[in-house]
Design a protein around this ligand. Structure first.
Ligand SMILES: [Zn+2]
Length: 164
């Protein structure tokens, strides 16, 4: 279900996130003077920007395993690790639409990644930590091996499958 989109769409998504973050930051800065901080107001467009501890632990474990396997596994692990350590993985609460398809992950060649935590607000079907890891590894394979859209979806999945 993952696919890559071109940089313009990705930048727009990041811009929306960044704008939201800056609003929250300025609201927090006012906390000392304002008894009713804006930060407590709901922000419908805000998305979590960090991985949950369960996912972070799973990523750390997988990075160790992938690097130990060497070859293509450690090649895409290096991409994933760089994105992970540099905080370039943005989490969205749910999957999103790109054209007619639901998307669980996107990546750009520079290593920016967006990952869906759940499928939808009801989380029908449930995305497990294993699903999240698969998406991250799939996106890292896209970047590491310069795989574009279309038939390369299968190739990206083949890399991940071979490293399990
Ligand atoms: Zn893909």
């Amino acid at each position: 279900m993952c696919r890559r989109v071109h940089r313009v769409a990705f930048t727009a998504a990041l811009a929306a996130t960044a704008g939201c973050t800056s609003v929250r930051s300025s609201a927090l800065a006012l906390n000392g003077d304002d008894p009713t901080p804006l930060a407590s107001a709901p922000c419908a467009s805000c998305v979590p920007t960090t991985l949950g501890s369960d996912v972070a632990q799973a990523v750390e474990k997988r990075l160790t395993e992938l690097k130990a396997q060497g070859g293509p596994c450690s090649s895409y692990a290096a991409v994933l690790e760089r994105s992970y350590r540099n905080g370039r993985i943005v989490i969205r609460p749910f999957m999103w639409r790109v054209g007619s398809q639901l998307t669980s992950g996107e990546a750009t060649p520079n290593g920016d990644m967006i990952l869906a935590r759940e499928i939808d607000p009801l989380n029908v079907g449930v995305r497990t930590v294993g699903d999240l890891l698969w998406t991250l590894e799939h996106e890292a394979a896209h970047v590491a091996f310069k795989l574009g859209n279309g038939v390369t979806e299968d190739r990206a999945n083949d890399y991940v499958r071979a490293c399990k």
